[in-house]
Design a protein around this ligand. Structure first.
Ligand code: PLP
Length: 366
């Protein structure tokens, strides 16, 4: 077979063959609460501003390589220097650029599991060795585990995720402080969901502190389709990232979309407050069902059905038109499902569907 021969000869890197990609099951149902997006589209005024400004783009020219106006707008919003801001195509490209610059072959990257799978995945793509610290059974991270990993592995990059995906738990400030005081490497706090939580590591960023905080426009900002994320870090970190990233990686439309979004900070703040209120309502209602709920500071909730198979509960929800994320086959997340907070109507449909699945005592979910 010719194609097989060619395939064997033109082989992918040996170290990549063992890696599984990152996938989220997509099923065509009415209520999609599986990928932590905003349930609402961006404001209408943002749409019309973007449409109007698109007419002024110099399409025959490369975009501003430094995304200077966008960086300045982000810097003003967070009260930092523009030189402390790096922007890229989604926070995933930010993470990749950080790992290309600070990880790579011969270096070690530390994560504390369970957490966002892409941290370890991208680290391995760069050729780095990944060491996985363990969270306690309630998913909290003990300081002694931080010390153990830092002492044993001397990681070049250590990730925390706050609020943590998929658990929803907010990382206590003490854990970030501990890492910063013990690790010689870069500490990266992924804050994709920080706006839904009550504290942020942004205030800890200083020129003399090896801390990078990563944010995204994909969740709160209702802009998952645009692919825009950023990082706040000491300017010497940002300068290294600028060396590593591809020239002109951030196109003119994305830069524009982000700049215009930052004119709508108040409206986005109101939406965050609304989603947080819905999250608390959903958590309260889950509390009256036969599930255990992990306290969430994000726009999603992780829960575990008591005495049920997680995949069967997931299937029961799909049959009732509701799609959530099935985490039950992931290591350390036995029986767990993750639901994104949607519109009040979507949340009601989820709660009703779940109550129905759990009441179906003779059904397949037992
Ligand atoms: C959703 C998510 C991101 C966002 O990735 P983008 O590339 O910005 O869409 C980053 N980190 C975590 C933990 C997430 O859950």
């Amino acid at each position: 077979m010719v194609t097989t021969d060619v395939h064997a000869r033109v082989a992918v890197r040996d170290d990549l063959r063992a890696l599984a990609g990152y996938h989220s099951a997509q099923v065509d149902v009415d209520v999609r609460l599986n990928t932590n997006e905003s349930p609402y589209p961006p404001p209408d005024s943002w749409r019309s501003e973007l449409a109007a400004e698109l007419a002024n783009i110099d399409w025959h020219r490369y975009p501003d390589r430094n995304a200077a106006e966008l960086r300045r707008a982000i810097a003003v919003w967070h009260g930092v220097e523009a030189a402390q801001v790096f922007a890229a195509n989604g926070s995933n490209e930010v993470l990749q650029t950080v790992l290309l610059a600070y990880a790579g072959a011969g270096r070690t990257v530390a994560t504390f599991e369970p957490t966002y799978q892409l941290h370890a995945h991208i680290a391995r793509l760069t050729g780095a060795t990944v060491v996985s610290g363990e969270r306690a059974p309630d998913f909290r991270l003990d300081v002694s585990e931080i010390d153990r990993i830092v002492d044993a592995c001397e990681p070049s990059v250590t990730f925390l995720c706050s609020p943590n995906n998929p658990t929803g738990l907010v990382e206590p400030r003490a854990n970030v402080d501990r890492l910063l005081s013990t690790s010689a490497g870069l500490v990266v706090v992924d804050e994709a969901y920080a706006q839904f939580a009550d504290w942020t590591a942004l205030d800890l960023v200083e020129e003399a502190v090896p801390l990078a905080v990563v944010r995204t426009f994909s969740k709160t900002w209702s802009m998952a389709a645009a692919r825009l994320g950023y990082l706040i870090a000491p300017s010497w970190v940002v300068a290294e990232l600028d060396e590593v990233v591809l020239p002109y990686h951030l196109d003119a439309v994305t830069q524009l979309a982000g700049r215009l979004a930052l004119r709508h900070i108040d409206e986005m703040g109101e939406r965050v407050a609304h989603i947080v209120a819905e999250r608390e309502r959903v958590a309260r209602n889950l509390g009256s069902l036969e599930v255990t709920v992990v306290p969430s500071g994000a726009n999603f909730i992780l829960f575990r059905a008591l005495d049920r198979r997680g995949d069967a509960v997931w299937q029961g929800l799909v049959e009732r038109g509701v799609l959530v994320r099935d985490c039950s086959s992931w290591r350390r997340l036995d029986g767990c499902l993750r639901v994104t907070i949607g519109t009040p109507d979507e949340n009601d449909r989820f709660l009703a569907a779940l109550a129905d699945v759990l009441a179906d005592a003779g059904g397949s979910a037992r």
